[in-house]
Design a protein around this ligand. Structure first.
Ligand SMILES: Nc1ncnc2c1ncn2[C@@H]1O[C@H](COP(=O)(O)OP(=O)(O)OP(=O)(O)O)[C@@H](O)[C@H]1O
Ligand SMILES: [Mg+2]
Length: 338
């Protein structure tokens, strides 16, 4: 966004998208002159010359101040830069033996899902950690992560309230003594969400949709099972997080509906990277990164023929799912066809 763009939006558009701008109007005696269909510049013409003098208002200076206020607040809230993130690039480093990685560079655009596959201990979580850290040759792999083809501002590493990256990690421990409701509300409030009640309900419903065993709003988060807390974090990330980059470390072992979880996460034009041992999740991605001995050895596109195989795998998966459910509910397993 440029200054000119902001000054050309109507006040309705501005306040809808950037509610914090209302404070600027209030501080500058302009709130009573608000005409929703007008731009900020047009609005300034509603102030007579006498009033301008009385309130020490200079329209030109006020336009600049309006823009500066917008920039400062957006940066503080982490809004603006995040809107502008179009792509992420991974530049190679070295594997565990110190050999250069076998790819030249990998650029991932918004709306793309990348799976990270490889044996246990091969470095999948390490790659996700490099991205979260926005590595700059300062991690064990010596990789570099670029945002929009340029080295990223290091401030992202420290900003916790408005992170560039939302991370769903392998080990999630809640240490806070909160109920599910309090946890979501707190999170929604810290994101400056307006309709907290509605959002809380939505996240809660989706989380229960993903979790095998249902839980309620008043459950303390410390007593959620591994799968339930994973489901809660996924719903929370999908619905509340404005982070353009989502990193997922193995959703498959959490006993949640992983296909639904992935659909929920990818519905929002984000850059998604997911480490997985699950062939179904791997094939749902647009591309997959193969990791061995700590290094990326290959980047492959998911072939169209593979997408067709996905359906077969899903059938098998359904079968295993139904057998698991039978066992879980104490049935004796009968013979079946495959
Ligand atoms: N290129 C590298 N150079 C040095 N150390 C590395 C490199 N890549 C990974 N490691 C280290 O190897 C260990 C195992 O890596 P990691 O935990 O990422 O494996 P993983 O693929 O996620 O395994 P799992 O499937 O069990 O989760 C970690 O301690 C990690 O920091
Ligand atoms: Mg791992």
């Amino acid at each position: 966004m440029k200054q000119w763009d902001l000054l050309n939006l109507t006040m309705t558009e501005i306040l809808d998208k950037y509610p914090f701008m209302e404070e600027f109007l209030r501080e500058n005696h302009l709130i009573d002159r608000l005409q929703p269909a007008q731009s900020f510049t047009q609005m300034l013409t509603n102030v007579s010359e006498e009033e301008q003098e009385e309130w020490a208002i200079d329209p030109l200076r006020l336009e600049t101040a309006f823009w500066e206020y917008f920039l400062t607040m957006s940066e503080f809230l982490g809004l603006q830069t995040k809107d502008e993130i179009r792509e992420l690039t991974i530049l190679p480093g070295f594997d565990k033996s110190g050999q250069a990685e076998g790819f030249s560079e990998l650029t991932i655009k918004r709306g793309e899902i990348i799976a990270i596959v490889g044996p246990t201990g091969s470095g999948k979580s390490r790659l996700l950690a490099d991205i979260e850290w926005i590595a700059d040759q300062d991690t064990p792999t010596k990789r570099t992560i670029l945002i929009n083809s340029a080295p990223a501002d290091k401030k992202w590493r420290l900003s916790t309230a408005n992170k560039l990256v939302a991370q769903l990690s392998q080990n999630m421990n809640f240490v806070m003594d909160l109920t599910v409701r309090e946890f979501i509300e707190l999170h929604a409030a810290s994101r400056m969400a307006e309709n907290i009640e509605e959002i809380t309900q939505k996240i809660f419903t989706q989380a229960n949709h993903l979790a095998g065993e249902k839980f309620d709003m008043e459950t303390p988060i410390t007593s959620l099972s591994g799968g339930q807390s994973r489901a809660l974090m996924i719903a929370d990330t999908a619905i509340l997080s404005e982070s353009p980059i989502v990193l997922i470390d193995e959703i498959e072992n959490a006993g949640i509906d992983r296909k639904k979880a992935l659909e929920l996460l990818v519905g929002q034009e984000k850059i998604v990277l997911m480490a997985t041992h699950d062939p179904i999740l791997a094939l749902m991605a647009d591309k997959r990164v193969i990791i061995a001995n700590g290094g990326i050895t290959k980047v492959m596109e998911t072939a169209i023929a593979e997408k067709a195989l996905l359906q077969k795998l899903q059938k098998l998966d359904q079968l295993i799912f139904s057998k698991r459910e039978e066992l879980r509910y104490g049935h004796q397993l009968q013979d079946f066809d495959i």
